[in-house]
Design a protein around this ligand. Structure first.
Ligand code: ADP
Length: 319
């Protein structure tokens, strides 16, 4: 392999830059030329492809976002879009591609691999919702952003003796809610993987109130429904002042944590190794602190197992 490409696609996540740096440097270390593709799959379709040097990825390991930019690209979902992409890759002499992104981006990567173009995927999304890896790049940083926010909210909740509903990201996966709820001692965690019972939530609040607890934190994943509506229902039922904070996009940005930088460095370098070894249609992951890989196609049909034990623990510790 003489030349490879790298792109970031879908929602950004902290640590994407560290992953780009690892891909670029690992390739150059092995004497392989490297091109950056801007704006995800859009850059393939529209030929926004540029050679990268060691210096291009200097001073980015600690920065959130992605220096290659990211985009969503409907055109890549069409055969014409993918054929144009293949022609541009060929024009630049690119023989393999690293796709850094979430499950949507992996779907795109898989389509390219199906056309016999070597592609590997690096899981990077704050949601931690990709089967085949214990952690995705960006999850740890997002989690730390959330708990810093909830710590601050808790100060106000305590001072004013209020109940706070905090809505966090996670449309289909509740990992951010589960981990932040456990890390922050939330009274209740509501997430997509577990059905919740409103009466139980209210009973829990009343029980706490009776034993003298005058504030509560309820963490809810966005996929379950609106935090605002939840707060209104609670306020009506328990007659306790209830406020809502929707954390939104602050969860996506920021300097990546040490964990995410290390993970991104390992996975980015691992992706280049896979391409050198002639692999295609594979995604990387980390399991039990070991870098592993599997077919993207398998990962896309699997359901990521939900950590029921951790959920149970959160319930037991917030009695
Ligand atoms: P994420 O990677 O964060 O899950 P998205 O779901 O938005 O992001 O997907 C990112 C991009 O991946 C899409 O805009 C599109 O360009 C590409 N993509 C997603 N699904 C497919 C598909 N079935 N075929 C081809 N490309 C796809």
């Amino acid at each position: 392999m003489k030349k490879i490409g790298v792109l970031t696609s879908g929602g950004d996540s902290p640590g994407m830059n560290a992953a780009i740096r690892a891909v670029v440097r690992k390739a150059i270390y092995h004497g392989i030329e490297i091109c950056g593709v801007k704006y995800g799959f859009s850059g393939l379709v529209n030929n926004e492809i540029h050679q990268m040097t060691i210096g291009d990825v200097g001073d980015i390991i600690h920065r959130g976002g992605t220096m290659l930019y990211t985009a969503r690209c409907e055109e890549f979902k069409t055969a014409d879009g993918r054929n144009a992409s293949l022609a541009h890759l060929e024009q630049h002499g690119i023989e393999g591609l690293v796709v850094i992104g979430g499950d949507g981006s992996f779907r795109g990567a898989e389509r390219l691999a199906a056309l016999h173009f070597p592609v590997v995927g690096v899981p990077s999304t704050i949601d931690n919702d990709i089967p085949g890896t214990d952690y995705t790049i960006g999850f740890d940083t997002a989690l730390n952003t959330v708990i810093q926010a909830i710590d601050k909210i808790r100060d106000t909740a305590t001072s004013h003796e209020r109940t706070y509903v905090v809505e966090v990201m996670g449309r289909k996966a509740g990992d951010i809610a589960l981990w932040s709820g456990l890390a922050d001692g939330a009274e209740t965690i509501i997430l997509p993987e577990e059905p919740y019972n409103m009466e139980e939530v209210i009973e829990r609040l009343q029980r706490g109130y009776k034993r003298g607890k005058k504030h509560s934190i309820i963490v809810v994943a966005e996929g379950v429904g609106s935090g605002v509506e939840l707060a209104q229902t609670i306020e009506k039922a328990v007659q306790l002042e209830t406020r809502v904070t929707v954390l939104g996009h602050i969860q996506r940005g920021g300097s990546p944590s040490a964990f995410d930088r290390v993970l991104a460095s390992r996975l980015g370098a691992g992706a280049v190794e896979l391409l050198i070894n002639g692999e295609s249609g594979k995604m990387l992951g980390v399991q039990h602190n070991t870098i592993v890989h599997k077919a993207i196609a398998d990962g896309l049909i699997e359901q990521r197992p939900f950590n029921k034990d951790m959920y149970q623990l959160s319930q037991e510790l917030s009695i």
